[in-house]
Design a protein around this ligand. Sequence first.
Ligand code: HEC
Length: 171
Amino acid sequence: MIKNIALGLGGVLVIIQFFQIDKIQPEVNPSLDFISLEQPPQEVENLLRSACYDCHSYESEYPWYTNIQPVAWLIDHHIDHSQEYLNFSEWGNYSLSRADHKAEEVIEYTENREMPLWSYRLMHKEAQLTDDQRQLIMDYFADLRVQIQAKQVDANGGESTPDANANSGSD
Ligand code: HEC
């Protein structure tokens, strides 16, 4: 009985290996990419690339274990899911109020150590951010928010109108 279950499970594991995930990502358009648009300091760029871009951009690098099911499905889901929330490759398409809101959340998630995801930190040493590195990201995005908000004021003809959607968190 137990032997049959084990054989059955083994068979399933073998079969699911034939279902590989789709690793093809849309091409990165530099005129929309966060790093080419905002040109953060080199250190911030390196941190974003090594700790966030695998999930929050079209520049995901798929490590060897993404060829093994069911791990691959889990990771694929993470990547698709995380791009919906925040996609640095689509930054240029964000409205000012959306960009400001995302920057706010980057600060929040980095401060609370919610990002990068713990499962990712487990497999990626370079994504285990030190306190200094987290501070660097938070300071940078705080500065960025000031710039974005100044642009919003400009766009409103000099008047600062608080955007109703800025804190809706629904997206
Ligand atoms: C392993 C994949 C992965 C990595 C790496 C990762 N994230 Fe995420 N991120 C997610 C997923 C999945 C979500 C979706 C919501 C959740 O699970 O909380 C998310 C959500 C977010 C959100 C919330 C956006 C919103 O609108 O609610 C922010 C902000 C964020 N991540 C920032 C970062 C930053 C900054 C880094 C790098 C320091 C990072 N993430 C690294 C997977 C990842």
